[in-house]
Design a protein around this ligand. Structure first.
Ligand code: ZN
Ligand code: ZN
Ligand code: ZN
Length: 142
């Protein structure tokens, strides 16, 4: 998976501005998703809220980031899989929301296919598992 912000922007033919690169840097840094308030806190000095919001929307539209709502209804963002493109997200993997550290992980596990009732067309499916993550399990067991 590409994590160099400049490469990602180039690939999606987006102009790279300093602010856009900074947002991607923060999100690509970790394997876990980052919440919008956390991003605001980290980038608040460099990027105002409105600009940040706009950048996140562009990235979501372009298939660079996907949004995951956590149990409190807060938006979290993670880098998309390489198969995502504009208007076509393919992030049908299970998300894991740790109830101890509140982190959201993108798991390498596909969302189970569920047969829809007649007349219903599902375009996307999301599954969030709640529980204790790998890191917290280790600390809890100690
Ligand atoms: Zn995506
Ligand atoms: Zn945890
Ligand atoms: Zn994900």
């Amino acid at each position: 998976m590409k994590t160099d912000p400049i490469d990602i922007l180039k690939e999606h033919s987006l102009k790279h501005t300093k602010q856009r690169v900074r947002v991607l840097e923060e999100i690509a840094l970790d394997t876990v998703a980052i919440s919008q308030p956390e991003l605001e806190k980290k980038l608040g000095k460099e990027i105002d809220r409105v600009t940040l919001y706009r950048i996140l929307n562009i990235y979501e539209d372009k298939g660079i980031l996907h949004r995951i709502m956590d149990m409190n209804g807060t938006a979290n963002y993670a880098i998309c899989s390489p198969s995502c493109s504009e208007e076509h997200h393919h992030d049908e993997h299970v998300h894991f929301n740790c109830t101890n550290c509140a982190k959201i992980y993108c798991l390498d596990v596909s969302v189970p296919q569920i047969k829809m009732p007649e007349g219903f067309t599902a375009t996307t499916m999301s599954t969030i598992a709640y529980g204790i993550c790998e890191k917290c399990n280790v600390t809890v067991l100690k």
